[in-house]
Design a protein around this ligand. Sequence first.
Ligand SMILES: NC(=O)c1ccc[n+]([C@@H]2O[C@H](COP(=O)([O-])OP(=O)(O)OC[C@H]3O[C@@H](n4cnc5c(N)ncnc54)[C@H](OP(=O)(O)O)[C@@H]3O)[C@@H](O)[C@H]2O)c1
Length: 268
Amino acid sequence: MHTHLLEENNLSGKYERLQTEYVQFDERVDYLIKKDYTGFNITIPFKMNIIGYLAEISDNAAQIGAVNTVKIIDGRLFGFNTDGIGFIRALANKNVEIKNSSVTVLGAGGAARAVIFSLIKNGISQLTIINRSEQRALALIQDIRKLGRFSETKYVAWQQDNIKEVCQKTDILINSTSIGMWPNIEDTPIVFEDELDDFVVVDLVYNPLKTAFLKMAKNKGALCVDGLDMFIYQGVEALQIWFGQEIKFDYEKLRRMLIEKLENYGRN
Ligand SMILES: NC(=O)c1ccc[n+]([C@@H]2O[C@H](COP(=O)([O-])OP(=O)(O)OC[C@H]3O[C@@H](n4cnc5c(N)ncnc54)[C@H](OP(=O)(O)O)[C@@H]3O)[C@@H](O)[C@H]2O)c1
């Protein structure tokens, strides 16, 4: 995606994957600085570890408690989080009304945190968090309460019956767990039985694009948003941070290209 976007915007540069083990983390950050990288993305499981290396962190990333984008200026690291922005743009792309909506989020990991703080900023009225680990969900709720301006949050334990009951009272249901991700593509966090008209279902998982969860939701009449748009917009936002300019792109063309790549990615 980045190679394509760099070319389309006549920017010179290269985006590469540097697989990093825990023990190499220090060394890797040092390498990126010494080799004069413009910046880097950082993913599971290092989105929190990088915070200790930063000269500055954006307010948004600090609130989320995770960094996925770093810009290097004069050997100093500046941290950002573009996941939430990507998520909001993905919903806007599908004309999903966020303001005053009631939202249920499955999951309480890094992606859930990015999504939730962005949703609160965009004016949701109610939030329910359902997560397997109660402790993680409660820690997240505590951080939300620290905002001091949003109190409509509750935690519900991870049980099918609970999930079903909550979903009936929700406008937007978001899967921010990794359930359904390749290779466990038959897995789904919930089995829908009732019709889902006027209901928005979002899956952050983008590999596969059509998860079992989304396929089922679509069959029941929900408006579905897959994880690819969030992926696209968080990436575009990261490039804008690194290059300090607007990144132009043909959405349809880029999406088509990525879908083609995803059809083979991780399957051989
Ligand atoms: N579309 C995008 O641009 C985008 C961006 C970021 C992430 N994502 C996707 O979002 C997903 C989550 O990423 P993350 O960074 O938040 O990961 P993470 O921090 O590791 O969190 C994983 C979450 O999934 C839950 N979970 C995992 N396996 C489960 C299971 N078998 N049953 C119930 N809950 C389970 C975990 O629950 P516990 O707390 O109980 O462990 C936790 O809430 C991944 O699939 C990732 O690819 C997509």
